[in-house]
Design a protein around this ligand. Structure first.
Ligand code: SF4
Length: 322
């Protein structure tokens, strides 16, 4: 098994952990199943934790002057109870690196949940919103990755999510000793990855690590983590990823034939129109770095930000679907 730090992810319990949906159903999620060997999950069902029981009468969000959570069959309004549960539950959790929440739920959905004009209406409003638990999640942890199960079918969003949780978990593990030496090592092997996200924030992180003001290590780590979560809060863009690959290519080009260089640069152009070539380009750079013993490049997390065994399991799943 890989030597990656294990991320901790808070997950909606109905996504394969328990039959806790309002109708007593469980939702199988192959992606989460594949992750279980590499990730620790904290599963929670906010509606069950509030004592609503299984099965239960469905609840819904209504926009009645303000946003409310109601249970039409019983006439109960659950807004405050859900908000209170969500805040106190999250405050009592220790470390975690991200969230996977069930789409379209009035509790867990992120921007995908139906909103109704009132408790009795059979038609919903045009706009969608977030569930009440998800609202508290995104309010309290704006820089932690929070994805819905359905978003993880998108290969690039999934890559971003996995990259983020494994990078944060690795920082958490490294920071247990608060050693500046370890922080420098962490920063060095993540440089290309961070460049592929945002080179301006990478430069600020470099200044924090340089610590010219001589701040205490705890303060340096806290400043660094703030920048790290800001950096990872948005998926990387094509232009930044190309910059990072060109940077690696710069280290390797002296070893390459004119033909290899020409083909690589052509494929890099292709990447602007077809993001699916990204993974092949990264593999090509890594194989060159390994072949020519360019350790600074081959040690970069940019090429393998999360376990290769997980990549294989996910690829197998995709082949089964086809
Ligand atoms: S979506 Fe959230 S509240 Fe609803 S059953 Fe799943 S975990 Fe429970």
């Amino acid at each position: 098994m890989s030597s990656f730090a294990r991320p901790i992810v808070v997950v909606s319990k109905c996504l394969g952990f328990a039959a806790c949906r309002y109708d007593g159903q469980i939702i199988p999620c192959d992606f989460i199943e594949s992750m279980k060997a590499f990730v620790d999950f904290i599963d929670v069902c906010p509606e069950c934790e509030m004592g609503l029981g299984v099965p239960r009468d469905p609840i819904r969000i209504v926009l009645d002057g303000e946003k409310k959570l109601v249970q039409p069959a019983t006439g109960r309004e659950l807004t405050q109870k859900m908000e209170h549960f969500s805040r106190s539950y999250l405050e009592n959790l220790d470390d975690f690196d991200g969230f996977i929440l069930k789409s379209r739920s009035p509790s867990c959905g992120i921007l995908s949940t139906r909103i109704y004009p009132d408790a009795g209406s059979t038609t919903c409003l045009d706009k969608r919103g977030s569930g009440f638990f998800a609202d508290v999640v995104t309010d309290k942890y704006p820089h932690l990755p929070a994805m819905e199960d359905e978003q993880l079918d998108d290969i690039l969003l999934r890559d971003h999510f996995l990259t983020t949780i494994f990078t944060l978990a690795s920082f958490r593990e490294m920071s247990s000793s608060v050693s500046m030496h370890s922080l420098i090592g962490y920063h060095t092997c993540n440089k290309l990855l961070f460049m592929s996200y945002n080179k301006n924030i990478l430069a600020r992180m470099g200044n924090v690590v340089a610590n010219r003001e001589g701040l205490p290590a705890e303060e340096v780590f806290a400043l660094y983590l703030d920048l790290l979560t800001e950096l990872l809060s948005e998926p990387s863009e094509t232009g930044s990823t190309i910059n990072a690959m060109m940077h690696a290519f710069g280290y390797l080009s002296r070893y390459l034939s004119a033909q290899d260089k020409f083909i690589f640069l052509q494929q890099l152009q292709q990447y602007r129109e077809d993001v699916s070539v990204l993974f092949g380009l990264k593999e090509k750079l890594l194989s060159w770095a390994l072949h020519f013993d360019v350790d600074y490049i081959s040690n970069q997390t940019f090429f393998r930000p999360y376990p290769q065994e997980l990549v294989l399991r996910l690829s197998e799943q995709e082949l089964e679907i086809l």
